[in-house]
Design a protein around this ligand. Structure first.
Ligand code: NAI
Ligand SMILES: O=C1O[C@H](COP(=O)(O)O)[C@@H](O)[C@H](O)[C@H]1O
Length: 250
């Protein structure tokens, strides 16, 4: 990818994981609605803008070859007015501007909460090693909250912009990103742990692989898991290095 890559939500946890590993690998254009408190941490230009601001996003995306779209309200308790504006309107605005600017591909931060209700009738067994149940990305969403609804909506917006405008789009249903080690005393979190370096590698794959429309799961290669990594491996070449079992007693 020779053209600049727009990274929305660059100041957050996922943005940090990506930039920690890939700062020098792309010409980044970082964007967040809040000015950075530590500007030296960011490579390239930093754009202060809200993803719901149509004009600002059109300017920000101009000349970019790809977008990694992370910006949004990440709270599983987020109220409808916030996810409607930040997550749904914001994502539509980013995708529309990307298509108009001729951007080739968008990687979108979706969430485990888009499919949370598959767990309802299977927990806690599915969090445990030996349980064979897997979600693989081909299943319909079953959101666990309005935040999950907004993430499923982002996946659907990507489907539309891919089918109608030929935009390459990948939705990464991110599990539980935590730095250093998986969460303790939280089986679900261990089953869907995503380490910082695997997160960066996965988004690197999203920026280099050839694909049309994909939904993949973003977790490390945990012994405990109920998300299949097959599509991330096959469609993107994802090769995770970490496993929550290396940190926990099962
Ligand atoms: N951290 C995790 O384990 C997971 C994260 N995700 C998704 O990944 C994305 C990033 O999550 P985190 O980095 O953890 O969240 P975060 O809250 O640390 O970062 C989000 C960033 O987006 C910015 N932002 C929020 N609304 C904005 C708007 N309207 N315009 C411009 N910037 C805006 C915030 O200022 C913040 O810097 C989110 O979309 C979240 O839903 C999904 C699943 C798990
Ligand atoms: O989508 C998200 O999921 C993670 C993990 O969810 P949790 O139910 O295990 O807390 C969450 O930490 C993050 O804030 C959210 O954006």
């Amino acid at each position: 990818m020779d053209d600049p890559v727009l990274l929305t939500g660059a100041s957050g946890h996922v943005g940090t994981a990506i930039l920690d590993e890939l700062a020098d690998d792309y010409e980044w254009r970082c964007l967040d609605r809040d000015p950075p408190t530590d500007p030296d941490r960011f490579p390239g230009e930093f754009v202060v803008a809200d993803v719901t601001d149509e004009d600002a996003i059109r300017d920000a995306v101009a000349g970019c070859g790809a977008v990694v779209h992370l910006a949004g309200d990440p709270r599983k308790t987020a109220p409808w007015d916030s996810v409607l504006a930040n997550n749904i309107d914001g994502t539509q605005n980013v995708l529309s501007a990307a298509v108009d600017a001729g951007v080739e591909r968008v990687a979108f931060a979706s969430s485990n909460h888009a499919v949370k209700h598959y767990e309802t009738e299977r927990k806690p067994d599915l969090y445990r090693t030996g349980d064979e149940f897997r979600l693989d990305g081909s299943e319909l969403p079953r959101p666990g909250n309005l935040y999950g609804v907004s993430k499923a909506s982002g996946e659907l917006l990507g489907r539309y912009y891919h089918d109608e405008h030929d935009l390459s789009f990948v939705a990464v249903r991110i599990g539980n990103l935590t730095k250093g080690h998986p969460p303790k005393d939280y089986e679900r979190g261990q089953a869907m742990w995503l380490s910082y370096r695997d997160c960066a590698h996965l988004f690197d794959c999203c920026l280099t692989a050839e694909y049309g429309y994909e939904i993949v799961y973003g977790i490390s290669d945990n012994d405990r898991k109920y998300y299949s990594l097959e599509n991330a491996k096959e469609a993107l070449g994802y090769e995770p290095l970490d496993n929550s079992a290396d940190w926990t007693d099962e």
